[in-house]
Design a protein around this ligand. Structure first.
Ligand code: LLP
Length: 421
């Protein structure tokens, strides 16, 4: 049930729409192209998995902060997971119910905590100083804050070290040995804090659900311990982190249902409300970055396809050595030679690659080339390095029509930062 498919005619389609046609009709490349129905299907998969549980799907806004996408996710019933005051402001603008929002982070600023307190969002406590700031924010806002303790369960998520968070050496969360200190601190501030639950987030791109199960067992034990001290905690937040199939090589990966089923009985046994914080698994597979081939070159033994997209628009391969699947959007003439290419951008960095050692038919100049699974942590991590301005975004709607959902950034936008100085 995937939205981007090569059809028997050799063309790539997004839902019913030929990507080549989209490329020919828009004024600028590269661009991000989404399937709106796929976003809906991804949310539905979580909703079906969660049936019979009291739950909040907190969409992690950092994965993709397009306002039109946020509004769509909100209409589908999602809450939001935030890591900055601006993400909170954007969530409010997108109409998210603040009481279904969760504010996370190891360096939350006092002024942002004040906004969170005023709006009544859940706040995850990350450290001693964070707790002090939350107390101060509650006083300034004149509101009691619903808090969860972000406990570092010290479970190895078996992922790239840059996206592992729930292990001992992580900068996130409170060490379990410190739990009593935090419970005493909450007790000391009955006017400012109401402890409602416990949170953990293990890491991202996790492809084994046993890891979530191991963490949930530990977390439920902490909840038992916390309840034994008279706290009425009713929320277990197991974070996000479910991986997706970036390789497109036929592997069977755990689904939202697999994830929820590993924790379902635990959650029910303690009558808990379950909060989950998916980002990638809701949005990554709904989008491609569509690029145009500028040319093909060979340096001794290495072949390169040079495209107009780059690490500025999509940094995951450069930053994490991440694999994202690449293919041409249109068939090449019969007899076109297939070779091994590095797919690279025009940015002045040797780290500027979208894919390494990919088998591709030698593309003609101007050919369309997509990088798949670009819905999560791609546009939201884009930069303007080399003054490659951030690209426009489009989606294909349920009726097969195309709509722009974000303007591309322009040279004039950049120059505006210096006006009047
Ligand atoms: N909750 C918390 C507390 C998080 O830190 C994150 C992601 C999520 C939820 C959502 O995780 P997800 O379901 O998307 O895996 N830039 C990296 C990923 C960084 C993830 C940071 N935290 C990448 O491109 O792979």
């Amino acid at each position: 049930n995937h939205c981007f498919r090569k059809s028997s005619d050799g063309f790539l389609y997004c839902e019913g729409v030929k990507v080549q046609d989209v490329m020919d009709s828009v004024e600028r490349r590269p661009f991000y192209l989404y399937s709106k129905p796929q976003i809906t299907r991804n949310v539905e998969a979580y909703k079906e998995a969660l049936e019979g549980l009291s739950s909040i799907i907190g969409y992690a806004i950092k994965a993709n902060n397009n306002l039109k996408i946020l509004e769509h996710l909100r209409r589908l019933g999602c809450g939001a997971v935030l890591v900055s005051g601006n993400e909170l402001r954007l969530a409010l603008r997108a109409g998210f119910d603040p009481t279904r929002c969760i504010f996370n982070g190891n360096g939350k600023l006092l002024e942002d905590l004040v906004l969170a307190a005023q709006e009544g969002v859940f706040v995850n406590v990350d450290s001693e100083f964070d707790l002090e700031n939350i107390v101060a924010a509650a006083r300034i806002a004149g509101k009691k804050v619903n808090v969860l303790l972000r406990i570092n369960p010290d479970v190895d998520p078996q992922v790239h070290p840059y996206v592992a968070t729930g292990n001992k050496n992580s900068k996130f969360g409170i060490r379990n040995e410190k739990l009593q200190w935090f419970l005493d601190a909450v007790k000391a501030h009955p006017e400012e804090l109401k402890l409602v639950g416990a949170h953990c987030h293990l890491g991202s791109t996790i492809t084994k659900v046993d890891i979530f199960r191991d963490a949930a067992v530990l977390m439920v034990n902490y909840i038992d311990e916390i309840r034994a001290q008279g706290f009425e905690v009713n929320y277990l937040n197991i974070g996000g982190g479910l991986g997706i199939d970036y390789y497109h090589a036929g592997a069977v990966l755990p689904t939202p249902r697999d994830l929820i089923n590993t924790v379902r009985e635990l959650v029910l046994s303690r009558s808990l409300n379950l909060i989950i914080e998916p980002g990638r698994s809701l949005i990554a597979n709904t989008c491609c970055l569509v690029n145009r081939v500028t040319g093909v070159k060979t340096n001794g033994t290495k072949n390169f396809v040079v495209i107009d997209g780059s690490m500025a628009e999509l940094i995951r391969p450069s930053l994490y050595d991440a694999y994202q699947h690449i293919e041409l959007v249109s068939p090449t003439p019969p007899g076109t030679e297939v070779s091994t290419f590095d797919v690279v951008g025009p940015v002045c960095e040797s780290a500027d690659f979208l894919g390494k050692e990919r088998e591709l038919p030698t593309p003609p100049k101007g050919a369309g080339l997509v990088v798949h699974d670009a819905g999560a942590y791609c546009m939201s991590m884009a930069s303007t390095y080399n003054l490659k301005m951030r690209p426009p975004e489009y989606w294909v709607k349920e009726d097969g029509s195309l709509a722009k959902i974000r303007h591309g950034e322009t040279f004039e936008d950049h120059v505006r930062f210096f006006e009047g100085l």
